[in-house]
Design a protein around this ligand. Structure first.
Ligand SMILES: Cc1ncc(COP(=O)(O)O)c(C=O)c1O
Length: 408
């Protein structure tokens, strides 16, 4: 007899450890199928292959997990009507207790920057685990010095003094303290969660943002302020970008009032933006203090504040900063491994094959980059929407073929 799953379209079969017995995720497939039917879309996305086999789930039964959650854990925090019980991760993939595979497009809230259980990071963590877990910042240990050298090399002068801690909230608290110690003022400005910018041209939008900013400066805070926190791109209400030039002008207004400018790079740092390693670089500004967390440790609790020697001195005059776990050997070893894991470009022959596959399907794209690894897409401006869709479909098909070749 044909197993039931064979009657399902391929895209609804979530593969398990054995590709011959794929399982479906019922809630996902029902919801997905309903929307596909409603929209009249009868082609389904096919999940790209993955050559990793998760372990069999052998922990607490799902029903007991739900009971413990209801009785003992903070109630608002679970996603999905049937909360997802995750069991294992491998690079960009997550596996639940039933063996269903998911493509993780949230990375543990913008945190797992180089992939779940990245082999290089894991190897370093395991080595350090067997050597030394914890001392405290009162004692020297090489991982902290190695890490400080690597991180400071990634920041422009004079951002060279590093304070290590365990979470983004701790980092922002310390940055606030530094701003107050240095400026000798109290008031701090930050953004509220912002909706996407209104449909104005960039200059008009920038002027309106600046008007509101000046309004806040003249009505809500004292004549002199301590500091201004800005994420280079607002990260929670969708990804909201500021109009071009806004941050540069806002930094100037803050400095005119005696305040320091703090870039919260908790979400945008460590290469997350692709084009630049730090988000502030995309605005052409130089902050006085930078706070970092999330991607810094790829999921290991770790955070940092980096500032100028001058601001660090102002802090030292006011308080002794000490943090029991901040900069511990495990975190520093992992942080170093994360910095050393930068992605390698695909070998030239593989890029050439994708390029050739596009041509065979009727699409011409260019190539560039140091290793000829970048596809340059620059059509004539007279193209139509169906033509752009065709190009995207061809490119997707070529990349899928590439992934399938790699998985063999
Ligand atoms: C931009 C930003 N800053 C700071 C934090 C606080 O970080 P943590 O949750 O590590 O305390 C977050 C957390 O989501 C964040 O998104």
């Amino acid at each position: 007899m044909t197993p039931a799953w064979r009657h399902l379209p391929r895209a609804l079969r979530l593969e398990t450890s054995s590709p011959r017995t794929p399982k479906t995720c019922p809630s996902l497939s029902r919801a997905f199928w309903r929307s596909v039917t409603k929209l009249g879309l009868h082609t389904k996305p096919r999940m790209p292959p993955c050559d990793f086999t998760p372990e069999k789930y052998q922990s607490m039964p799902y029903s007991r997990v739900l009971e413990v959650y209801r009785e003992h854990l903070s109630p608002e925090l679970a996603y999905f009507p049937e909360p997802l019980l995750l069991h294992q991760g491998h690079m960009q993939w997550l596996f639940d207790h039933k063996g269903n595979r998911y493509l993780d497009f949230f990375s543990g809230i913008v945190t797992v920057s180089v992939g779940h259980c990245h082999p290089k990071v894991n190897a370093v963590a395991q080595k350090q685990l067997g050597r030394l877990w914890h001392t405290s910042a009162l004692f020297f240990h090489p991982p902290i010095h190695e890490y400080a050298e690597k991180l400071s090399a990634l920041l422009p002068d004079p951002l060279k003094v590093i304070f290590l801690m365990n979470s983004g909230s701790e980092a922002n608290d310390l940055a606030m303290l530094m701003a107050r110690a240095h400026s000798k003022n109290t008031d701090i400005i930050s953004f509220r969660i912002q909706a996407a910018a209104m449909p104005l041209n960039c200059c008009q939008a920038k002027d309106q943002y600046i008007e509101q900013f000046k309004d806040t400066l003249s009505t809500c805070v004292g004549k002199s302020i301590a500091g201004f926190f800005a994420e280079p791109i607002q990260g929670v209400n969708g990804f909201v970008q500021y109009p071009k030039g806004f941050l540069k002008e806002a930094f100037q207004l803050v400095r005119e009032r005696g305040g320091v400018c703090i870039a919260d790079e908790v979400q945008t740092g460590f290469g997350r933006l692709g084009s630049h390693f730090w988000g502030f670089q995309t605005h052409g500004v130089l902050p006085d203090i930078v706070t970092m967390a999330k991607g810094i440790g790829n999921g290991f609790p770790m955070a940092a504040v980096v500032t100028t020697p001058e601001i660090a001195k102002s802090l030292a005059k006011c308080v002794l900063h000490f943090n029991t776990f901040g900069g511990n050997p495990m975190a520093c070893a992992i942080g170093s491994a994360v910095l050393e894991t930068s992605r390698q470009p695909l070998p030239r022959e593989e890029v050439s094959q994708i390029h050739e596959d596009c041509r065979q399907m009727g699409l011409i794209v260019g190539r560039g980059g140091l290793f000829s690894q970048t596809f340059r897409i620059a059509p004539s401006l007279c193209i139509t929407k169906p033509e752009a869709d065709f190009a995207v479909d061809v490119f997707r098909a070529a990349v899928t073929q590439h992934m399938e070749r790699r998985a063999k």
